[in-house]
Write a protein that binds this ligand. Sequence first.
Ligand code: UTP
Length: 414
Amino acid sequence: MEEKLLAAKQMLEKYGQEHLLKFYDKLTDEKKNELLNTILTTDFKQMQELYESTKIKPQFDNAKVEPIDHTTKEELSKEELEKYTSIGEEVIKKGKLAVVTMAGGQGTRLGHNGPKGTYDLGLESHKSIFEILCDTIKEASQKYDAIIPWYIMTSDANNKDTIEFFEKNEYFGYPKSAFSFFIQGKLPMIDTNGKILLDEDGMMKQAADGHGGIFEAMRKNGVLYDMKEKGIEWVYIGGVDNVLAKMVDPVLTGLAISQNSLMAGKSLVKANPEEKVGVFCIKDGRPNVIEYTEISKELAEMTDEKGELIYGESHILCNEFNIAALEKISQNKLPYHVAFKKANYLGPEGKVIVPTEPNAFKFEAFIFDAFSTVDKMTILRVKREEEFAPVKNAEGVDSPETARALYKAYHHIN
Ligand code: UTP
């Protein structure tokens, strides 16, 4: 280990991060080895660049933003609906569609002790979010007489608990062989001076690298190869926390194929100009999402001749990608966005510090930064009450209470 320790020390000195070894001697041999491995595989140059990026205010004003075309599902004629449905069904029946659920988030707002998918929604059946999602896949699998592979992205922090939960529940009756779990990447958290934080256990403090980390994680974990071997052509990628997510929707796939698109996304009408959601748009000539923090009041309030918001197609993290698009995206790195968060850490005296104010930068990639890889994207506007019941906060809006009510209304449960 001496050689390793020496190499780690040199690396840390070069980047001014020597404090990471301050409590090294107090660690067990196993933990010592783990810390050295983490140090030697960390890209400190990238961390330095990320720190520098925290000092620059993001510039959005230069980008040219235009509205994006969309198709409203409800307004499709009977013939159109039948056509898209049958094209999409063909894909599903031939086993060429897979589902990926992104379940690597921390779920801090919900505050549930465990992975968000294990949360009991409070129905009489006591179904967890994972079981509710599994129901949708099982139902589609029966309807189309096909096994739909289900890939679940976890993070280092929740991978074990997630797999154990599925094991304990016998995969909710869906074939175990249809499941694959893979772990997303992570990045160190840094303080306002660019110093990487030490975690409570003396290791480097790291956090999942955002839902945009999915593409790199799929490549690094061999998920893309696995999909190709299975003959998968279309991949639905969605969050774990929408209990009305229609993860297997032939209309979305069929419409994308008909429009010759390699990517498709579902949208909902933005409730009002102030609603805190990102909206699909065309940015510098390519599909993208403009965040509610980025959009000007003027753009947010613009309406068309029918009085509808021009930038009103909310992005709900229900997207579909052709495998060719996924391969292209996963070859490049997505940009990281910075968030300022509260994070416990081991202070210089070796005591755990629990901050009351945000103290650390966290870096995350966003899935929608990948949209600009293609020159067009199919947008299908669906109905909120049919496809969107998010579980984000412990109480109030987008909470288990609101999601439960929406779920019950949709499924006609009293
Ligand atoms: P959110 O951005 O809502 O984050 O994730 P979250 O972790 O669920 O909740 P908060 O913000 O900590 O309260 C949207 C979706 O993206 C996934 C989440 O699991 C959720 O399904 N996600 C997010 C990841 O898979 N990895 C990440 O690093 C971040």
